[in-house]
Ligand binder design. Structure first.
Ligand code: S3P
Length: 181
């Protein structure tokens, strides 16, 4: 492991619908870590939902706040961080997360993503005429960066508890953190 890394957090990256928030909350409960979600931090900072930021200020403004939020995560300790799907697809953000966190990418196929998001309306990037094609295209573009996570885990094929145990296990191996009493 590179010596400039001080792993004290866990960052979950991956595509929309990969289960980052659900898995992250369960991992945080188990390790007794704090849980944060970059999308919630962005919404709190902007004072409006993500769909509104996109609609009123555009994607570039959203990405700017996202960048600030990711940079500030470096000050966190014992935190499980669920990231928005664009964070782990950005090589600079990924490098920044790796300095303080074990980065786990939750992987799902385009079919699983579509099944999970098709009835939801809060993701502006998928409010397009052909969201399925958009999912395939975005996944293809983003995969080379997602692949640079420390750990890749297929969360579409496993039960939630298995994914959670696996993340906790990987973190303990990496940090030899003792089990809570
Ligand atoms: C985005 C994913 C969303 C949210 C925003 C942009 C992306 O988060 O950050 O809509 O670029 O993939 P989730 O991955 O939590 O849906």
């Amino acid at each position: 492991m590179r010596s400039d890394r001080q792993i004290r957090n866990i960052a979950l990256i991956g595509f929309m619908g990969a289960g980052k928030s659900t898995v992250g909350q369960a991992v945080a409960r188990q390790l007794r870590f704090e849980f944060v979600d970059t999308d919630h931090l962005i919404e709190a900072r902007a004072g409006m939902p993500i769909s509104e930021i996109f609609a009123q200020q555009g994607e570039a403004a959203f990405r700017q706040i996202e960048q600030q939020v990711v940079t500030e995560l470096a000050g966190r300790h014992h935190t499980v961080i669920a990231t928005g799907g664009g964070v782990g697809a950005n090589a600079e953000h990924l490098a920044s997360l790796k300095k303080h966190a074990l980065v786990v990418c939750l992987w799902v196929s385009p079919e699983v993503v579509w099944r999970r998001v098709r009835n939801q309306t809060h993701r502006p990037l998928l409010q397009v005429p052909d969201p399925q094609a958009r999912i395939v295209q975005l996944l293809e573009e983003r995969t080379p960066v997602y692949r640079q996570a420390d750990v890749l885990m297929n969360s579409g094929l496993r039960q939630l508890t298995q994914v959670v145990q696996n993340v906790v296990h990987q973190y303990r191996i990496m940090t030899r953190a003792p089990r809570p009493e």
